[in-house]
Design a protein around this ligand. Structure first.
Ligand SMILES: Cc1cc2nc3c(=O)[nH]c(=O)nc-3n(C[C@H](O)[C@H](O)[C@H](O)COP(=O)(O)O)c2cc1C
Ligand SMILES: CC(C)CC(=O)C(=O)O
Length: 401
């Protein structure tokens, strides 16, 4: 059911908020997908605190400031994003809907916002680049201990025109996700971890046997015969638990000196190197020192270190440490336009949303992701107008309770 708003936009009357979108998605995903997407590490307290942190701030509205023209746009990677909101990289989007990453890419294009593609996507980076067209693409990278695998991916991303890599740095070891363990989470065999489907090693996406209730049939099965695990100290480690290909994301050897310098050498100048998963002033200073091009303040949506600071709480110290030398983005817990406003008012240059895009996909594929982006964009614009802001800057618009 839809209705037309006075400004000509169309409302989905069944879904007017991200919270409603989450509810609709809930009933459309099978249990293993729902649990995998929604859960946080351990007790989930950081996941919850990412959300609650936004409630600790109040907006200080200014009045009589002529808000007849509001500019919500933000430049990013040489592109004018319609709002300072991007879709964060999340793995295996075909689990939510057969549109998968292509649906997210097309929705992002339609809404003129950037999308981050997970290394562990169920669609190839080339197909996503094609679907994104003029929208700048960002490849999220897990740097494998076997650099050859990362090198291949980086070369492909360059060729496909990706503008930046976001190196995820908060996963030296995978966080403990109890529902994943209990459900013995596996990628159903009709999906593949597309960017590695041709690789012998790492053995991604081919250790699976289970089926899922929410599937797109007829997809090719990834190559069989390789083993799960990762290399540690030169030895192959095969996990005994149900977690299989996930283990490849974790690289305990990752460090500034070896890996960041190497990554810059192999990515630049075609692609910028950013770090995703910074949560302290100390690491922000190191990021500047190592000349990465930007930072995403993130705790992986509360899926890694439970007990870590909420990202909004970490943001001010990072912004202060960086002193404007490189852009600072933030993700985690953003569910309202007012959250976007608060993050920007506290110094973020841009925000990324993770789970809401997955809920959008589960609700209606591409259309659902568009809906999610439209809801957040409309709320953000409304918030700016009511707060008396025609162009976001960071001074004075929020107060902490
Ligand atoms: C199901 C799921 C899969 C994710 N996969 C990845 C990934 O492959 N790489 C990565 O760097 N972050 C990944 N993330 C983290 C997101 O990029 C982002 O940091 C987080 O979702 C932001 O929090 P939010 O979901 O509250 O918006 C994932 C998050 C979720 C929920
Ligand atoms: C393949 C996974 C490690 C992707 C991820 O980052 C996540 O599930 O949080």
């Amino acid at each position: 059911m839809t209705s037309k708003a006075p400004d000509g936009s169309v409302h989905d009357l069944n879904c007017l908020t991200i919270a409603e979108l989450q509810q609709h998605a809930y009933t459309r995903m099978d249990k293993q997908t729902r649990d995998y997407y929604n859960e946080g590490a351990d007790s989930g307290s950081t996941l919850q605190e990412n959300l609650d942190a936004y409630k600790k701030y109040r907006i200080r509205p200014r009045v009589l400031r002529d808000v007849s023209k509001i500019d919500t746009t933000r430049d990013i990677f040489g592109f004018k994003s319609s709002v300072p909101i991007g879709v964060a990289p999340t793995a295996m989007q075909c689990l939510a809907h057969s549109d998968g990453e292509l649906g997210t890419a097309r929705a992002s294009r339609k809404m003129a916002v950037p999308m981050g593609l997970s290394s562990f996507a169920t669609t190839t980076l080339e197909d996503v680049a094609d679907a994104s067209a003029e929208i700048p693409n960002v490849l999220q990278l897990y740097l494998f201990e076997e650099r050859a695998h990362s090198l291949k991916l980086i070369a492909r991303a360059k060729k496909a025109g990706y503008k930046a890599v976001f190196l995820t740095v908060d996963t030296p070891i995978l966080g403990r996700r109890n529902l994943e363990i209990r459900n013995q989470f596996k990628l159903p065999p009709h999906f593949k971890i597309a960017n590695f489907a041709e690789e012998e090693e790492p053995a991604l996406g081919d250790e699976t046997t289970e089926n899922s209730a929410n599937q797109a049939k007829g997809r090719s099965k990834a190559k069989a015969g390789s083993t799960a695990g990762y290399t540690e100290g030169g030895k192959r480690v095969t996990p005994t638990g149900p977690i299989t290909f996930h283990t490849h994301a974790a690289n305990p050897t990752l460090c500034w000196e070896n890996d960041i310098e190497w990554l810059k050498e192999v990515c630049c100048p075609e692609m910028e190197v950013w770090v995703k998963g910074i949560a302290t002033a100390e690491d922000a200073i190191l990021a500047v020192h190592h000349q990465v091009r930007g930072i995403v303040v993130s705790n992986h949506g509360g899926r890694q270190l439970n007990g870590a600071l909420a990202t909004l709480d970490a943001l001010p110290e990072v912004v202060e440490a960086v002193r404007g030398q490189i852009p600072v983005h933030v993700d985690g817990g953003i569910r309202h336009g007012t959250d976007v406003f608060k993050a920007l008012a506290l110094g973020a240059d841009f925000v990324w949303v993770g789970r809401p895009a997955l809920w959008g996909l589960a609700y209606k594929g591409q259309e659902g992701v568009e809906l999610m982006l439209r809801l957040l964009s409309d709320e953000f614009r409304l918030c700016m107008g009511l707060a008396g802001v025609t162009k976001m800057d960071r001074s004075g618009f929020v107060a902490r309770l």
